[in-house]
Write a protein of this length. Structure first.
Length: 284
């Protein structure tokens, strides 16, 4: 199959280019300035065949600055919402199936067990609201899949475990939030699930794809440092109230992988195993 990855210079996009090629498919990666998803003419040219024909388009392009989005919601919504609507229309016209990446931030954090695809959405911040606009623009389109993921970390981008490992190496005193729970998801493992999905000629709709373990940021920081240094770090747990940020974050946003599991898609690796590979690939 032939894939187009948009947002190819981002943390997920870079790993996706490598993974799709490793799986024996053809892939073209585009990002700013070759393509601007907020400009329908730029997208239309590509869909009309400027880079050849595609079976699948995977959209990783997004406005991802969660805190900044609180003061730039219009821009976030243009990129994460309105542009996704154009992309949906133009891929449908060009007969290209679309996988659009979305987020656990469309939920409000009040769930108490892993959230399924049909649970009601209720974002509590601007980023989540902007991503929900994108989801709603694609809802019901027969060529489109929305894949919600969470707590992404990859060796080719800024990520939470990288920041924690760097801070530990710099001998900083670490204090990490221990009252938000989610599923750390390694980009390479997400890439595997995305290609598995595409190969299965899936039904349109929403899919959840996250790592198999639910933990707090505090647990995740401890594990990342332990894997990278072989020592158990001293970290002070704290509450979200002690660490205020412009954007509110869901207290619990574990997603259920049951739907992909029922399709025969294998779960992602346990966090310790994925972090070990992440650490081997990481360079500072
Ligand atoms: N990171 C996470 O923890 C996380 C969690 C859940 C879901 N997600 C979702 O996963 C996807 C990938 O995330 P990521 O962390 O890989 O993001 P990322 O590293 O920020 O990559 C996004 C890429 O999109 C590009 N981009 C921004 N605006 C664009 C536009 N108008 N046209 C074309 N390209 C544009 C960015 O370029 P610039 O850098 O130049 O702006 C960047 O290269 C996103 O949909 C995100 O919402 C991420």
């Amino acid at each position: 199959m032939r894939f187009l990855v948009i947002g190819a210079k981002g943390m997920l996009g870079q790993d996706l280019l490598e993974h799709i090629a490793l799986r024996g498919h053809e892939v073209v990666g585009l990002d700013l300035p070759e393509i601007d998803i907020t400009d329908p003419t730029s997208v239309a040219k590509i869909m009309a065949g400027e880079w050849g024909k595609f079976d699948w388009c995977i959209n990783c392009a997004a406005y991802t600055a969660v805190d900044k989005a609180e003061s730039e919601e219009k821009l976030a919504t243009e990129i994460n919402g309105l542009a996704v609507a154009y992309l949906g229309r133009l891929t449908a016209d060009a007969n290209i199936r679309l996988i659009h990446i979305s987020t656990d931030f469309v939920f409000d954090g009040t769930a108490t067990e892993p959230i399924s695809e049909d649970a009601p959405t209720h974002p509590i911040g601007a980023y989540g609201r902007s991503k929900l606009v994108g989801e709603q623009a694609l809802g019901g389109q027969p060529h489109a899949l929305i894949v919600r993921t969470a707590w992404l970390y990859g060796a080719r981008g800024k990520s939470f475990p990288r920041t924690m490992i760097q801070a530990f190496r710099d001998r900083k005193k670490l204090k990490v939030v221990n009252d938000q729970r989610g599923n750390p998801t390694y980009t390479v493992d997400l890439c595997r699930v995305l290609v598995d999905l595409a190969e299965k000629n899936p039904f349109p709709g929403i899919y959840h794809a996250v790592g198999p373990e639910t933990m707090t940021w505090y647990d995740f920081a401890k594990l990342a440092i332990e894997v990278s240094t072989g020592t158990e770090p001293e970290i002070t747990p704290c509450s979200s109230a002690e660490f205020p940020t412009p954007a509110k974050r869901p207290a619990y946003s574990a997603l259920s992988n049951e739907k992909t599991s029922r399709m025969g898609i294998a779960p992602m690796r346990p966090v310790r195993e994925a972090l070990t590979e992440f650490w081997e690939k990481l360079s500072f």
